[in-house]
Every structure is written in structure tokens, then in C-alpha cells.
Ligand binder design. Structure first.
Ligand code: CP
Ligand code: NVA
Length: 310
């Protein structure tokens, strides 16, 4: 495993190993101990979009492990693939740093970076997927429910990058995912077929949120307007009416159902303030686990890279 670009490229065993390592390192750091395995190593962090969680948690994770990180805005380097080709950025960075993480619009950009970089490349969100997010999510589910096997997640909202990554991780780790989206905003059938080819009957699609939540142990949502879709905001808000997670929808769900959201949350749209703040919400544990998962991911990828002699 050189790169971490998409859950569908990982084997179940690799994902389980990363989850185990996340748990071990989380315990270690909570006990006040450290693991300085990345001393002398630097991570380049390229962002085409805004970020709170991803930027902060990756930077803190590198510091925790004894390494350093450099945050690069697109304008700092004249745009990714604009001032110079992506393949040149990948090869130049490979001469300076030990890993690249990138948040881009096009998924192809991270694929291209990985193809030409001699060092690990981590997908920190693209229009197509958000693999670090869903690994933190399954870590959180494991902690709260004590298992992943057989857990049913109801995802209510846009069939977007987060929904797609959830579909892949559910299939790899023996969970079920029911996706409820309005017509025209469903998760694409290619991704559903792909997930179901890893494990039959993993993903089910519906246009009825009340139906989707009835057997759920976890209800999950994300913004209706992803980064880059700002111009569609008014139309989307109208089209997603009835797909918000609120107290009314929760009447259809089992008592004690856990509530998740990758954040940032737009209260009053995809989720109500009351649900975010409710006792069943595990949203902030989920946000914390970005740090614990990514610390494990960096240890795994950047120490393997060290063994290759850089
Ligand atoms: N959930 C998530 O990726 O948050 P940021 O956009 O703040 O990084
Ligand atoms: N679907 C959202 C996720 C934000 C973390 C987006 O791409 O903007």
C-alpha cells in the first residue's frame, strides 16, 4: 500500500489493520505517551478547497508523530496543474518531502499525483471520494456499537463523495448502507454496483427517508451543497426538502439510534440543531477520530516509505 486514494482500492485486511493501529495509537496518546516514528519527516498538504478538520487533524497528527507539515494553498503554487503540470509537482515534491496529502476538485488530480510521486499520496477529499472521513467514521461506530459487522447505516441526503466512500467501506467491512436521496441526487449506480460486487446486498437505494431509518443503528448525513456546488445552493435546498434529519424523522427510527455528520453542518437544512446537540449524536467523537485515524495512516504509509530508503 503506497497511497491512500480510495477505499475501493484497499483490501479488507488493510482497512482492519489501520483501524487496529488507530485504536492502539489513540490509547497511547490518551495515556500521555508518544510515538515519534516520523521524526525528520515532512508532509506536504495541498488544498484546492477549504478545510477545518482535515487540515488541523493532519497537521496535529504529523506533530504528534514527531514530523512536520507544510500547508499549501493553490494560489501559493499558482494552482495545482495550472502553473505547471500535476506530474511535475508530484516529482518535485518527491525530492523534498516524505508524503503528500491533497484535497482537490477532480479525483484524477490525486490519481495523477500518486502515479508520478515516489512518495505516498493521501486523498484528503475529492469530488468523488473522502476515504479518510469514512475510516474515522467506522472507527467511531466500532467504539460506540462495539462492532461493525451487520451494522446498518441510513445515509439521508446527497449521493455525494461521502456517500460513495461510505458505500465502499460498508461493503469491505460487512456493514449495510441504505441511501435515501431525492430523485436526481441518488448515488450513481456504478458505485452501488461496485460496492455490491464486493459484498452482495450492501447498498440499498430509496427516495423515502422514513423507510431508510426504520432499521438503522446509525443515521448519517452530509451537506446538501458540497464544496464547488455553491451556485446550485438555492435549487438544492428546494430539491432536498423533506430530507433533513430532524426530530420528526427520528420518530421512525429505533430508540437510541446514533447520529453522525462529517461536518461542517448546516443546521436547519440537512440536520436540525436539536439533533446535532442530542445525546445520541456522536458527531464530535467522529470529528475527533479524524485525528486518530490519520495518525495511524501516516505512521503506516510514511514509515513504510522510509524502509524504501528515502
Ligand atoms: N469533514 C471534513 O472533511 O471537514 P473539513 O472540510 O473541515 O476538513
Ligand atoms: N460533501 C462535502 C463534504 C465536506 C467534508 C463536500 O465535498 O463539500
Amino acid at each position: 500500500m503506497k497511497d491512500f486514494l480510495s477505499i475501493d482500492q484497499c483490501m479488507k485486511e488493510q482497512l482492519e489493520e489501520l483501524l487496529d493501529l488507530s485504536t492502539k495509537l489513540k490509547k497511547k496518546y490518551k495515556a500521555g505517551k508518544r510515538d515519534l516514528c516520523l521524526e525528520g519527516k515532512t508532509l506536504a498538504m495541498l488544498f484546492e478547497k477549504p478545510s477545518l478538520r482535515t487540515r488541523m487533524s493532519f497537521q496535529v497528527a504529523m506533530t504528534d508523530l514527531g514530523g512536520a507539515s507544510i500547508y499549501v494553498k493553490p494560489e501559493d503554487i499558482g494552482g495545482i496543474g495550472k502553473r505547471e503540470p500535476v506530474k511535475d509537482i508530484a516529482r518535485v515534491l518527491s525530492r523534498y518531502v516524505h508524503g503528500i496529502m491533497a484535497r482537490t476538485f477532480e479525483h484524477q488530480t490525486v490519481v495523477e499525483l500518486a502515479k508520478f510521486a515516489e512518495i505516498p499520496v493521501i486523498n484528503a477529499l475529492t469530488d468523488w471520494s473522502h476515504p479518510c472521513q469514512v475510516m474515522a467514521d467506522v472507527l467511531t461506530i466500532q467504539e460506540h456499537l462495539g462492532k461493525l459487522d451487520g451494522v446498518t447505516i441510513a445515509y439521508i441526503g446527497d449521493g455525494n463523495n461521502v456517500a460513495r466512500s461510505l458505500a465502499f467501506v460498508a461493503a469491505k467491512l460487512d456493514m449495510k448502507l441504505v441511501v435515501a436521496s431525492p430523485g436526481g441526487y441518488e448515488l450513481d449506480s456504478e458505485s452501488i454496483d461496485k460496492a455490491n460486487s464486493y459484498k452482495a446486498d450492501t447498498v440499498e437505494q430509496t427516495n423515502n427517508p422514513a423507510d431508510a431509518v426504520k432499521d438503522a443503528q446509525v443515521i448519517y448525513t452530509d451537506t446538501w451543497v458540497s464544496m464547488g456546488q455553491e451556485e446550485e445552493k438555492q435549487k438544492r435546498i428546494k430539491d432536498f426538502e423533506g430530507f433533513g434529519i430532524d426530530e420528526e424523522l427520528l420518530k421512525n427510527a429505533p430508540a437510541g439510534v446514533k447520529i453522525m455528520h462529517c461536518l461542517p453542518a448546516y443546521r436547519g437544512y440537512e440536520i436540525s440543531d436539536g439533533v446535532v446537540e442530542s445525546e445520541n449524536s456522536i458527531i464530535f467523537d467522529q470529528a475527533e477520530n479524524r485525528l486518530h485515524f490519520q495518525r495511524a495512516l501516516l505512521k503506516k504509509l510514511l514509515t513504510t516509505e522510509a524502509q524504501r530508503g528515502k
